[in-house]
Design a protein around this ligand. Structure first.
Ligand code: TMP
Length: 206
């Protein structure tokens, strides 16, 4: 397999979706074959699971059920869409992946990073991204952006600032654990600079 699997992570409102659009444009112009996708979602079954997980009315959702639903959607997405694209030598730009589960469900929901990794291993095997770009913004800044723009608010956005600070803390644990693939980019800079910094890191693996 000569494809490249690159994931993007960050707190709510980090701007990673805009960064992905900028990176996709640059790499496409350079002649690379790109597949852009997202989690939870990316294909029908996983998008259906996404709407259940993020529905603001599902306030009673149990943390274990939440972690399992994310893992289920990931299994379908990975096997149906990501693996075939990797085999087709594409560069995959994926908005969130396993590290979101480790930070949100493993650390912030206190299920345990290792435990959540285990259920994901059942879902996707040992496969990890080759590179993960973490768009680094303080949770309070990101949340302010979410609530002041037009993006639809979901169930996880509505968690407390304390929860989102714990998510961030989880990401910092993951950053130390996966120091070789997990790269931080300052997301408080102007968007063009965030995209440029990200492209510089990606070029190292192309
Ligand atoms: P998004 O807003 O970036 O599309 O992500 C949807 C929400 O789902 C966001 O609050 C992060 C959360 N999430 C998890 O809690 N665990 C996961 O494994 C994934 C992929 C997302």
């Amino acid at each position: 397999m000569n494809g490249k699997f690159i994931t993007f992570e960050g707190p709510e409102g980090s701007g990673k979706t805009s960064v992905i659009i900028g990176v996709e444009k640059f790499l496409t112009e350079e002649g690379y074959s790109i597949l852009t996708t997202r989690e939870p979602g990316g294909i029908k079954i996983a998008e259906d699971i996404r709407s259940i997980i993020l529905d603001i009315d599902n306030t009673e959702m149990d943390a274990h059920a939440e972690a399992l639903l994310f893992a289920a959607s990931r299994s379908q997405h990975f096997n149906e869409k990501i693996l075939p694209a990797l085999e087709d030598n594409k560069i995959i730009l994926c908005d969130r992946f396993i590290d979101s589960s480790l930070a949100y469900q493993g650390h912030a929901r206190e299920l345990g990073i290792d435990k959540v990794y285990e259920i994901n291993k059942f879902a996707i095997g040992d496969q990890l991204p080759e590179l993960t770009i973490f768009i680094d913004v303080p949770p309070s800044v990101g949340l302010k952006r979410v609530f002041s723009n037009s993006r639809k608010i979901d169930r996880l956005d509505l968690e407390s600032l304390k929860f989102h600070e714990k998510v961030y803390e989880g990401y910092m644990i993951i950053a130390k654990k996966y120091i070789n693939r997990f790269k931080l980019v300052d997301g408080t800079q102007p968007i063009e600079k965030v995209i440029d910094d990200t492209i510089k890191i990606i070029k190292n693996i192309l």
